[in-house]
Ligand binder design. Structure first.
Ligand SMILES: [Zn+2]
Ligand SMILES: [Zn+2]
Length: 204
């Protein structure tokens, strides 16, 4: 058994690996600008596993929210030649498994991450779209060009106890893609100092 501290670390790693990072880009040809939105979410059913029996197949299916979320079956993790995508029917899943196993004696199952087969991913994309729309609607105070959004974050919010700069965000920088007008939004998280818990000097 691993000590509690190591177990915590493993859980953290798991979520880090299984993250859904969605990028959306809006190309405004009229104004010749590109507006980008990103949504990073740990909400994902992303998974893949070598399957040896029908029992393992069913366990995997339950784990990844089949049949609302589709499954892909293929010969092995490295081999894409005999691939069956978008399976959402239990009979087809079992039959495809038996078919692959009889030919290759090996089956690899994974989640189908194509958005139309994956409602969890659709939800994250929906959030990314909301962010994109908000950014498109945000206009430059100087030239009114759309897509006026955060381009950089300045760290260094001061510790409330010793006044040293911390890694927390001090301000957001907005730059207009068209006229380069720059705005600095101070203390975006509505606090002017950081808790000493996050200070490298007070709490190393
Ligand atoms: Zn501008
Ligand atoms: Zn401090």
């Amino acid at each position: 058994m691993l000590p509690a501290r190591d177990r915590l670390l493993l859980i953290h790693l798991f979520f880090f690996v299984n993250a859904d990072d969605e990028f959306l880009i809006f190309i405004d040809r009229l104004n010749n600008i590109e507006i980008v939105a990103r949504k990073l979410s740990t909400s994902t059913n992303f998974n893949g596993k070598k399957i040896h029996t029908q029992k393992e197949l069913i366990e995997f299916a339950v784990e990844v929210n089949f049949p609302s979320h589709a499954i892909i079956l293929r010969k092995s993790k490295e081999d894409f030649t005999d691939i069956h995508k978008g399976i959402t029917d239990i009979e087809i899943l079992k039959n495809t498994y038996e078919h692959l196993y009889s030919i290759h004696q090996s089956v690899y199952a994974e989640t189908d991450m194509r958005a139309m087969f994956n409602p969890t991913r659709m939800k994250v994309i929906e959030k990314a779209v909301e962010k994109l729309v908000k950014k498109i609607k945000s206009t430059c105070p100087h030239c009114q060009m759309p897509g006026f959004g955060i381009t950089d974050a300045k760290k260094g919010l001061k510790c409330s106890l010793c006044g040293s700069p911390t890694n927390s965000v001090h301000s957001y920088i907005y730059v207009c893609q068209h006229c380069r007008f720059t705005k600095e939004e101070m203390y975006p998280h509505e606090k002017t100092t950081e808790d000493p818990t996050y200070c490298d000097y007070c709490n190393p």
